[in-house]
Design a protein around this ligand. Structure first.
Ligand code: GLN
Length: 201
């Protein structure tokens, strides 16, 4: 069975475990660097990106996470996780993993709309799905290799670049597992690509 890790330092970890299991894969809560070796794909959950970064530093996860991304295994960042993936964060000099060719703006839906739900279309995933936004970021710029999967009010809220998937909202907070299932297919494809590369070398 495909093994999907969920970075378990902070945030909506348990909900992702449930979504992964409901999509027919094994979920592993990653709390130690060594666990990155056991997993085929990784979810960076929502939560609070600055707190998450503090914990990433405390447990010396940053370099291992960058190396995990460099292996070509699939990674899915949701909300704060999307911020962790971005190559640039608007108004900040700091980046975290800095692997996905996007610029994100944090808390970009305004204070008066701290959290809300909206029905959105996600290309290749669903014509309509309920997306839960909680102090959500959005993607303000995307590089040429980034495929835009969803917009809400003209703002990019889901995108894919190779084996990286990111969204502004919390797919794990509804019973609709289609985006998680889509990511698990990406994990499988990345595994097959890796096998193909290794057998041709
Ligand atoms: N606003 C949060 C941040 O900047 C993200 C919110 C979330 O993950 N729900 O980290």
């Amino acid at each position: 069975m495909v093994k999907v890790g969920i970075l378990g330092l902070q945030g909506a970890v348990r909900e992702h475990v449930k979504a992964v299991e409901n999509s027919g894969a094994e979920a592993i809560v990653v709390k130690k660097i060594e666990q990155l070796e056991e997993i085929d794909g990784l979810i960076l959950p929502g939560g609070e990106s600055t707190t998450m970064r503090r914990l990433i530093d405390k447990y010396e996860f940053l370099q291992p996470l960058k190396e995990f991304a460099a292996t070509g295994k699939a990674i899915f960042g949701t909300c704060a996780g999307l911020i962790l993936l971005a190559k640039k964060i608007e108004g900040s000099e700091q980046t975290h993993l800095g692997v996905m060719d996007i610029v994100v703006e944090r808390n970009s839906f305004g204070r008066q709309r701290e959290s809300f739900e909206a029905d959105i279309a996600v290309a290749g995933v669903a014509d309509s799905m309920t997306a839960v936004f909680i102090r959500a970021p959005h993607i303000i710029e995307a590089g040429e290799n980034v495929e835009i999967l969803a917009k809400y009010n003209g703002r990019i809220v889901a995108a894919k670049e190779g084996n990286l998937l990111g969204c502004s909202f919390h797919p794990e907070l509804t019973d609709d597992n289609r985006l998680t299932a889509y990511f698990i297919e990406m994990v499988k494809n990345a595994m097959n690509e890796k096998v193909a590369i290794e057998t041709t070398i």
